[in-house]
Ligand binder design. Structure first.
Ligand SMILES: [Zn+2]
Length: 238
């Protein structure tokens, strides 16, 4: 699947989950005793962050859009991850990876606090900006410079509006990764969901990655769905 399909599927998954699930699920694995639901700022910021997190599994591919997001820095990182996880669509396209990023985010937010949260927010926003085509294409300095500026602006905004430890952040990151993997299962290559076991899961509905159906049908539907759910959630707020 293409970057924008993954990002928009993540956004839709988040908005749907935020409306349908109780707050205790959204703040997993932290224990939340308070009742209530997410505020509008959390809801909207979570949409962008989950969209960005939906790109994370492709960090195993040195030529993916995630690899170019922050120029040479992200390219080197992706090359390392690709080597460690055994190549494209192996380790990072598994349920184990979803668990790893969920608990990793929880541990980072819990133990390292604000510096970790802001760094992660910056990185996820950069991914979202890139995948949603809010910047020039290619891997020029102009492209990733724009990404860095927009992501930094968003991070400052979040610093202003969000709690030091947004309790829903681990859930959003895990959900984004899960949406990505399930999306890839719909392509003919499938994913090794149960990695390190070599079982390939696939329901090939989407014939070939990068086709017109994704750009002109699937992504716009995901965006429309996300906007509809967000609209419902916001107008329902007391
Ligand atoms: Zn993928």
């Amino acid at each position: 699947m293409l970057g924008h399909s993954h990002a928009t599927s993540g956004a839709l998954a988040w908005s749907g989950a935020a409306v349908a699930l109780p707050i205790t699920a959204l703040t997993y694995p932290a224990v939340q005793t308070g009742v209530g639901h997410l505020g509008i700022a959390d809801l909207l910021l979570g949409t962008f962050l989950t969209a960005g997190a939906a790109l994370l599994p492709d960090a195993d591919h040195p030529n993916s859009s995630i690899a170019h997001v922050l120029g040479p820095i992200s390219h080197i990182l992706c090359t390392i991850i690709s080597k460690v996880s055994g190549g494209h669509r192996h380790g990072t396209h598994s349920l184990l990876f979803v668990a790893l990023v969920t608990y990793g985010t929880w541990a980072g937010v819990h133990w390292l606090g604000k510096p970790f949260t802001l760094a992660l927010v910056f990185f996820l926003l950069a991914l979202a900006v890139r995948a949603l085509h809010l910047c020039p294409g290619g891997d020029s300095v102009k492209a990733w410079g724009t990404v860095a500026v927009l992501a930094a602006a968003g991070t400052f905004a979040m610093d202003h509006w969000l709690a030091d430890k947004p309790s829903w952040l681990p859930f959003a990151v895990g959900l984004g990764a899960l949406a990505h993997i399930l999306g890839d299962c719909l392509t003919d290559k499938g994913c090794r969901l149960f990695w390190p076991f070599d079982i390939r899961v696939r329901f090939p509905i989407i014939e070939r990655t990068g086709n017109k159906v994704e750009t002109w049908l699937i992504s716009p539907l995901f965006v429309a769905g996300t906007l509809a759910v967000l609209w419902y959630a916001i107008t329902r707020q007391p």
